[in-house]
Write a protein that binds this ligand. Structure first.
Ligand code: ADP
Ligand code: LRH
Length: 473
C-alpha cells in the first residue's frame, strides 16, 4: 500500500488530496483546499503563483508521512526561468487579452493545416504557442508548465511532462517530442524547451530544508495536465465509452490509441491531446461551468443548490446560447453578456436567475450532444455510456439533461477524478500492481459509488433545439 499526495490545481480551486492506494484499496481524503482564480493587475490577468505554491506546501505538511507527491494543473500556462533558475515574471492567466489577434498573426506564417498536421491540437486563442508569441523572451532560459514549475521549486529539477506539453501546440503528436520545425517556423527560441518527462518518471526528491517537508520524498511526474489525470480515473468497464471531464471547462470526447488528423477533425476543431500510457484524448473544449461560475460571482450568490433548484423549475428550451461564443471566454459581467447574446440571436433574455441558469445548463447539454456526435462520427466509433467526472458530475440537473440530450446513459462520478488519476499513476510508479489503465479504472469502479442517469424526454425536442441554436451554422 502506498500513501501519496496529489496536488491538483483546477482553475477555480486548488487542493491537496491524500491517497492510499493498494491492489484493492483506493481512498482519497482532502487535506487542504484553497482558492484559485485570476488576479487583475493594471489590466493584466495573472495567476497568484506564490499563493498556489505556499498553499501546496501547507497541504503537503499537513498530509504527514508520504511515499510520493504528484502535481497536476490546468493546461497551456507556464512560467519562464532566467539563466539563474529564477522566475522571470509572474505567470499570466490564459484568459488574459494579450493574445487577442495573435493566432491570426501566427496563421499568416504557418497555415492552420500545417499546425494541425504536426500537433493535432484544437485552435484556442490562448494555446501556449500564441501566448509565447505575445511576449518578449529575451532573458528566458527555460519554459516550465505550471506543474513543472512547482515541481522545480520542490526539487530543483527542470523538465516538462508530456501530457501537458501536448497542450502547447508546439509538441509533435506523433513523435511525442517538441516540434523543432514548428518552433523554428514561428520564430520561438528552441533553447527554452526543456527535456520531456513521461508520467511515472521520478522528477527528484523534495528539498527538505527549504520546504519544511521530510527529506527524501520523491516528486513523481503524473499526467500533469489535469484532464489527462482525470481521464485515467474514468471508471469505464471497457473501451466503449465517451467522457465529459466537467469543471471550469467541459472536455468532451473519447480516448483513442492514435490521433485523428483528418481535415474533418481539424475543421470541427477537435484536439488530440496526449494521455497517460501514450493514449490520445480526442476531445473538444466546451466553455463549461465557467459561465455559471462567472454569473454567480457577478450576482454574489454562492447558493449553487438553490440556483439549480430554481433552474430545474424553470421552463425548458426557453432560451439557448452557444456556450463556445468568444464573448464568454474572458471574465466579466456574464449575465449581461448572456442577455446581449440572446438579443443578438432574436430571443428574449431570461427573466430570472433560475431561468438564466436553466439557459446555461440546457445550452451546455446541447453543446455536449453536438460535440459528442461529431467525435463519434469523425473517429468512426460507437459507445454505450457517457462518463461524467469532476466537480460538475454533482450537478444533477446537468447530468440528467446531458443523458437526455445525448441519448446515452450517463454515469456520474468520481468528483475528484484528477486527484484519483494522479495518485494512481504515482502508486504504479512506486510499485503497486496496477499494470495498465484498465486495472486503474477497475479499481476506481470497485471503490467509488457512481450515479446513473437514464435518458428521458423526447429526442425530437433536442433535435429541434439543436437546429434552433446551431442550425444556421
Ligand atoms: P476545476 O478543477 O476546473 O476548478 P472542479 O472539477 O472543481 O473544477 O469543478 C468545479 C465546478 O463543479 C463548479 O464550478 C460547480 O459548478 C460544480 N460543483 C461543485 N460542487 C457542486 C455541487 N455540490 N453541486 C453541483 N455542482 C457542483
Ligand atoms: C481544464 C483544462 C483544459 C484546458 C484548460 C486550459 O482544467 O486543463 O483541459 O484546455 O484547462
Amino acid at each position: 500500500m502506498k500513501r501519496v499526495a496529489a496536488v491538483d490545481l483546477g482553475a477555480s480551486s486548488g487542493r491537496v488530496m491524500l491517497g492510499e492506494v493498494g491492489a484493492h484499496v483506493l481512498e482519497l481524503r482532502e487535506v487542504h483546499r484553497f482558492w484559485n482564480g485570476p488576479v487583475r493587475v493594471h489590466g493584466r490577468l495573472h495567476w497568484d503563483i506564490l499563493h498556489l505554491y505556499r498553499s501546496t506546501l501547507d497541504g503537503l505538511r499537513t498530509a504527514g508521512a508520504l511515499d510520493g507527491i504528484g502535481i497536476d494543473s490546468w493546461a497551456v500556462d507556464y512560467g519562464l526561468l532566467d539563466a539563474d533558475g529564477r522566475l522571470l515574471r509572474n505567470p499570466v492567466h490564459y484568459r488574459d487579452s494579450r493574445t487577442d489577434g495573435v493566432m491570426e498573426r501566427v496563421l499568416e506564417k504557418v497555415p492552420a493545416a500545417d499546425l494541425y498536421a504536426a500537433t493535432g491540437l484544437q485552435q484556442l486563442p490562448f494555446n501556449t504557442i500564441y501566448q509565447l508569441t505575445a511576449e518578449a523572451l529575451e532573458g528566458a532560459a527555460n519554459l516550465l508548465m505550471i506543474p513543472d514549475l512547482l515541481g522545480y521549486w520542490l526539487t530543483g529539477e527542470i523538465g516538462v511532462e508530456r501530457t501537458n506539453a501536448s497542450t502547447t501546440q508546439l509538441f509533435d503528436v506523433r513523435s511525442r517530442e517538441w516540434s523543432d520545425e514548428l518552433i523554428s517556423r514561428v520564430g520561438l527560441p528552441r533553447r527554452v524547451f526543456p527535456e520531456l518527462r513521461e508520467p511515472g518518471d521520478v522528477i527528484g526528491n523534495v528539498l527538505s530544508d527549504e520546504t519544511g517537508l521530510a527529506p527524501g520524498i520523491p516528486v513523481i511526474a503524473v499526467g500533469s495536465h489535469d484532464t489527462a489525470s482525470s481521464v485515467v480515473a474514468v471508471p469505464a468497464a471497457d473501451d466503449r465509452f465517451a467522457y465529459i471531464s466537467s469543471g471550469t471547462w467541459s472536455l468532451v470526447g473519447l480516448e483513442l490509441d492514435a490521433p485523428v488528423l483528418t481535415d474533418e477533425a481539424r475543421e470541427a476543431n477537435f484536439t488530440n491531446e496526449g494521455g497517460v500510457d501514450g493514449r490520445i484524448r480526442f476531445l473538444r473544449n466546451v466553455m463549461g461551468l465557467w459561465i455559471l461560475q462567472e454569473c454567480q460571482r457577478v450576482w454574489g450568490d454562492d447558493d449553487l443548490d438553490g440556483l439549480l433548484r430554481d433552474a430545474a423549475g424553470s421552463p425548458s428550451f426557453a432560451t439557448l446560447i452557444d456556450p463556445d461564443a468568444p464573448e464568454f471566454l474572458a471574465p466579466g459581467n456574464m449575465p449581461k453578456r448572456i442577455e446581449e447574446h440572446c438579443r443578438a440571436t432574436g430571443q428574449d433574455p431570461p427573466a430570472s436567475r433560475g431561468a438564466m441558469v436553466r439557459c446555461i445548463v440546457e445550452s451546455l447539454a446541447l453543446a455536449y450532444r453536438r460535440t459528442l456526435r461529431a467525435a463519434l462520427s469523425i473517429a468512426g466509433r460507437d459507445v454505450d455510456v457517457l462518463h461524467v467526472i469532476g466537480g460538475g458530475s454533482q450537478n444533477e440537473l446537468l447530468c440528467q439533461l446531458t443523458a437526455d440530450a445525448c441519448g446515452l446513459p450517463v454515469l456520474a462520478g468520481p468528483v475528484e477524478a484528477s486527484a484519483l488519476g494522479n495518485v494512481l499513476v504515482q502508486a504504479r510508479a512506486l510499485g503497486e500492481p496496477l499494470p495498465d489503465l484498465a486495472a486503474m479504472r477497475a479499481l476506481v469502479r470497485s471503490t467509488h459509488r457512481l450515479r446513473t442517469y437514464t435518458p428521458q424526454g423526447k429526442p425530437a425536442d433536442w433535435d429541434a433545439a439543436e437546429s434552433r441554436m446551431f442550425g444556421t451554422r
